[in-house]
Design a protein. Structure first.
Length: 352
């Protein structure tokens, strides 16, 4: 038997250092039903293993090419944290990844999340991950794994960070963009507000306005914070249906860089585009941001989506049919312009 200065004292535990392994295990148990709800063909295992398995053959692929994407939701998290409204930020996380995947012509297959915080609080963490599962369910993507990191000293109380990782597949030879030519029609799909880009600017404008997150929204019903947390629209199922119908040459997800910088990413060298700004109405949130910050129109167009969250570049003879298909799938579809000879994006008309 040993005796000495430590007799009768308990040794230091990991919980004493601020990390609660039991809370992490409890979270996994809480979110298992949400993950199970996202199961799809190809899903092989539940949560809890050292890795997550997925069967491409069972998902229906014979000669697949894999496509991967990773993203976060930026400082939109700050609004979610400050308002306590964390239920839909997970949808943003999924959307930022899977909307990119579909632009390559890929079907999103599975998703993994990384959730980091200083102190794991079960209720908000469960709400966040339930939002991730909802985004996965809406895009036909299985939530098959992730990582919850409790890191005391790295995050202030209540703060957290999110990252997402999506993997999709396509049959060899079906990747996009492909076949873009001058004369192709640009079909713009309506956005659901600011989505998940430009929030450092948004927060600066809100500060400039003197309004709090709980103030009446100047451009919509409800509070300003709730309006700015409107989740990023998921375009996956609708865009894939259009691709399978034939005639889609390219898809451009309008994220950071706005219309000005994202559309040229899917146009071959030597081709540009003309966009008619009179073809759709600028949503109220962007008008409020522009007027409050005294933004010039070119700055607005290269900062925000301005009401167009995805552009489908389609064969001219298929434009009407594809517009009808997308509208039938719930999209707000506008013929916003055409592909032209040249370079970059030229604008006619005015948004402001």
């Amino acid at each position: 038997m040993s005796t000495g200065a430590n007799e009768g004292k308990n040794g230091l535990t990991y919980a004493d250092a601020g990390v609660d392994i039991d809370a992490g295990n409890a979270l996994v148990e809480r979110i298992k039903p949400a993950a199970k709800r996202t199961a799809r063909s190809g899903t092989m295992s539940g949560l809890g293993g050292f890795g997550a398995l997925f069967d491409l053959k069972a998902a229906g692929y014979s000669d697949p090419i894999l496509v991967a994407a990773t993203d976060g939701v930026g400082t939109k998290l700050r609004i979610a944290i400050d308002t306590g409204n964390v239920d839909t930020i997970g949808i943003d996380l999924v959307a930022m990844c899977v909307n990119d995947l579909v632009c390559q012509g890929a079907e999103p297959l599975f998703f993994l999340d990384y959730f980091a915080t200083g102190k794991l609080e079960l209720d908000p963490a469960t709400r966040i991950i339930n939002g991730i599962a909802e985004g996965c369910a809406q895009s036909g993507c299985a939530l098959i794994g992730g990582e919850t990191a409790e890191m005391p000293g790295m995050y202030h109380k209540g703060d957290f960070d999110l990252a997402g990782f999506a993997v999709g597949a396509m049959e060899r030879g079906s990747d996009l963009p492909a076949g873009v030519v001058a004369g192709d029609v640009l079909l713009g799909l309506g956005s659901n507000g600011v989505h998940s880009n430009g929030y450092s600017f948004v927060r600066k404008v809100v500060e400039l306005s003197g309004l709090g997150w709980d103030a009446d929204c100047p451009f919509a019903k409800g509070s300003l914070g709730a309006a700015l947390l409107a989740p990023t629209r998921l375009y996956v199922m609708q865009a894939l249906a259009a691709v399978r119908a034939g005639g889609v040459h390219a898809l451009a997800h309008i994220t950071g860089g706005g219309l000005t910088e994202n559309l040229p990413r899917v146009l071959p060298e030597g081709l540009g585009a003309t966009i008619d700004l009179d073809s759709w109405q600028l949503p109220g949130v962007f008008r409020w941001l522009a007027e409050t910050a005294n933004m010039a129109e070119p700055e607005l167009l290269k900062t925000f989506n301005c009401g167009i969250g995805m552009i489908c570049v389609v064969a001219a003879e298929r434009a009407d049919d594809l517009a009808a298909l997308l509208a039938g799938a719930g999209e707000t579809v506008t013929r916003i312009g055409t592909v032209t000879e040249g370079q970059g994006v030229a604008y006619t008309g005015a948004l402001l």
